[in-house]
Write a protein that binds this ligand. Structure first.
Ligand SMILES: [Cu+2]
Length: 371
């Protein structure tokens, strides 16, 4: 067989083998459909499901009991109340090894790739090389093998030790690049949060909701540096060094775009359970996103050494059903986009302007989800 044909055959063999070697579960699409009930009834481009169709999953049921709740003005929803932090999810657990339980589609895909693909592959390669070394040391020691081999060339072995590493790299590259692609092509955002790192606290802004606040770590009750007007941490707030006075609250099942920047030095906005870690650089806007279906409180920390109190600027994000989110927005002095009658053109979104019934639940939902 001519060399050119042989090489082409080898190339096809590599491509086929790589395709067969990639794990099927890693192919979960990044954009898991947003719970049907949480979707707007207008502009349902990415989800054809009916917004008020009965749904089975717990997340969907609690996320949006129906359009009527979303349509109710936030003021009538009752006050927002902080959820008590869990001890088994969204927090570091004493004695636990490995990566935190993931609550975003990207996190789950990445965790699967790490646990069921990269780690076994590394283990198999390490064990194989170790075995080969041991075998060579024992079998070809001087006493057992007094006359050394004078071989300098073996075509079969050379082809094998070139092809096998190429196959391994291809088998890693395919799911890895797919994960990157999912990570960097987020679905359209339902909500934008601007995150700013400061020495040494975080501030959050929801520009579409008129919400803007700072978030500081809560000190322990017996901390001598705690001022009299500062609330001491309780277990419901979260673990020591991670609980904050003002949590960022986001709605469950919605795509949240985080625009991350810094005020003074470089910080890093990191939320382990979301698979989010994004540098916050002064003068630059970086973008990351998360979609969390599971309500709860999740904790992260600044992950870029930023100065003396770097360790004391934690991040706490609370994921709540949409109605609770609206109550939180109103408790922060903001209002849900589209919560006003369409008569006010300044705040009306294109969907709101074109909708015939200004007060319809569909309108409020559409306007909410568009922002
Ligand atoms: Cu820092």
């Amino acid at each position: 067989m001519p060399t050119g044909v042989k090489m082409r055959l080898i190339g096809w063999a590599i491509a086929l083998a790589a395709a067969g070697l990639t794990p099927a579960a890693a192919q979960t699409p990044a954009s898991t459909p947003v719970p049907a009930a949480a979707q707007p009834s207008g502009g349902t481009a990415q989800n054809p499901d009916k917004p008020d169709a009965p749904t089975a999953s717990v997340a969907e049921q609690s996320s949006a009991p129906g359009p009527s709740v979303v349509a109710t003005p936030p003021n009538s929803l009752g006050a927002y109340k902080e959820t008590a932090a869990a001890k088994d999810i969204g927090v570091p657990i004493l004695g636990r090894k490995g990566i935190q339980e993931q609550v975003t589609p990207i996190g789950q895909e990445a965790l699967y790739f790490h646990n069921y693909w990269l780690l076994p592959l590394c283990a198999i390669i390490s064990l194989f090389v170790l075995g080969l070394l041991l075998w060579t040391i024992v079998r070809y020691r001087r006493s057992a093998n007094p006359t050394p081999s004078r071989n300098s060339h073996n075509t079969l072995i050379e082809v094998v030790w070139t092809l096998v590493p190429v196959l391994i790299l291809v088998a890693i590259a395919i799911p890895s690049i797919r994960l990157l692609r999912h990570q960097y092509t987020p679905p359209p955002a339902d909500l934008t949060v601007k995150v700013t790192g400061h020495q040494w606290y975080w501030s959050y802004e929801l520009p579409d909701h008129g919400v803007n606040f700072d978030s500081y770590m809560l000190k322990e009750g017996n901390d001598p540096t705690r001022q009299a007007n500062q609330r001491a941490r309780t277990d419901a707030d979260g673990p020591p060094l991670l609980a904050v006075d003002n949590r960022l609250v986001i709605p469950q099942g919605k795509v949240v775009k985080f625009i991350v920047t810094a005020d003074d030095v470089i910080h890093s906005f990191a939320m382990p359970a979301f698979w989010v870690k994004q540098d916050a650089n002064p003068g630059q806007l970086h973008e990351t996103w998360a979609k969390v279906d599971r309500p709860g409180v999740y904790f992260g920390q600044c992950s870029e050494l930023c100065g003396a109190r770097h360790a004391y600027m934690p991040i706490a994000i609370e994921v709540v059903p949409q109605a609770q989110f609206a109550a939180w927005v109103s408790s922060k002095g903001g209002k849900m986009p589209g919560a006003q009658p369409a008569a006010a053109p300044a705040t009306a979104t294109p969907a709101a302007a074109s909708a015939p019934a200004a007060e319809s639940p569909a309108l409020n939902q559409a306007a909410t989800a568009q922002n």
